[in-house]
Design a protein around this ligand. Structure first.
Ligand code: NAD
Length: 265
């Protein structure tokens, strides 16, 4: 028997792709497609909504009785509620939702005492490779190199800078002893705003339907080095979330990252 999967945020751009790939790859039995109770597509077949064959499961506002694992790509306040539900029914959890605030992270941390949770602002393999190298590059280059991070996303993205851009900055701060988030400078505007040594510039672009671009620029006199990643389709994140869901099923309670899932730690 396959493990059972619930998708929370199932009507969203990510939720639909996760559902479609879960059905295609036949690793899980999708037993729930949950979204905001007032969603205009509530009551419609979740498979049809995701562009695959009808599943016999309706998009709805309620979780089913039980599930092996839940994948959440919704909103921060909704993700925290999902963690409480998973804790109650003993389901493992994968949280891809970004923009989680401290209180919401505390809810995840508390739930992780009882269940296994993977939480990651970016579930692509390539980006996780970047997370593990950008700090080492910054430490090797030293303080002579200015560091700027740019990110670009579609016009509907709510949070800025992206969770992934913040993770890149955090990784650099951890490797170089910079203060996180104190050393971050968000955008730059004004007549007298020269660059301060040790800061990391953060720049967020929002345009059209860009799936996700991130770049870390290291610049000194005479050269710049850029390490960048472009996500060309949401499927890279959806496949990563499904890989995390398979992995988390066999883990002890705890709060894990994609670095754990991919063995990059
Ligand atoms: P979206 O707006 O298309 O989808 C979000 C879905 O959540 C919607 O269907 C919405 O109705 C639903 N929702 C809102 N409130 C809810 C509630 N209270 N209960 C249940 N469902 C609710 O957004 P998206 O592009 O699919 O992204 C969703 C989240 O995933 C965002 O936080 C985004 O930044 C994040 N994201 C993460 C990764 C990653 O790799 N970790 C990749 C892409 C997007």
């Amino acid at each position: 028997m396959r493990p059972s999967l619930v998708i929370h945020g199932a009507a969203g751009r990510m939720g639909r792709r996760i559902l479609a790939l879960a059905v295609e790859e036949q690793i899980f039995d999708v037993v729930g497609a949950v979204d905001h109770p007032g969603h205009p597509d509530a009551g419609k077949d979740a498979g049809t909504l995701a562009g695959v064959s009808p599943l016999g499961i309706k998009l709805g506002g309620e979780f089913p009785q039980k599930a092996s694992v839940v994948i959440d790509f919704s909103l921060p306040q909704a993700a925290a509620k999902t963690a409480e539900w998973c804790e109650k029914c003993g389901a493992a959890l994968v949280v891809g939702t970004t923009g989680l605030e401290r209180a919401q992270m505390e809810i995840l941390t508390a739930a992780a005492k009882k269940i296994a949770i993977v939480q990651a602002a970016n579930m692509s393999l390539g980006m996780n490779l970047l997370f593990s190298i950008v700090g080492k590059v910054a430490a090797a280059l030293g303080p002579e190199y200015d560091i700027e991070i740019t990110e670009a996303h579609h016009r509907l993205k709510k949070d800025a800078p992206s969770g992934s851009a913040l993770s890149l900055a955090k990784s650099i701060c951890e490797s170089t002893g910079r203060d996180y988030p104190g050393c971050l400078v968000h955008g730059r505007q004004g007549k007298d705003v020269p660059r301060q040594t040790g800061t990391i510039g953060m720049h967020a672009i929002r345009a059209g339907d860009i799936v996700g671009k991130h770049a870390v620029i290291y610049g000194t006199q005479g050269e710049t080095i850029t390490i960048s990643h472009d996500a060309q389709s949401r499927d890279t994140f959806a496949r990563g979330a499904l890989r995390a869901a398979q992995w988390v099923l066999n883990q002890k309670p705890g709060l894990y990252s994609m670095q754990d899932v991919l063995g990059l730690k």
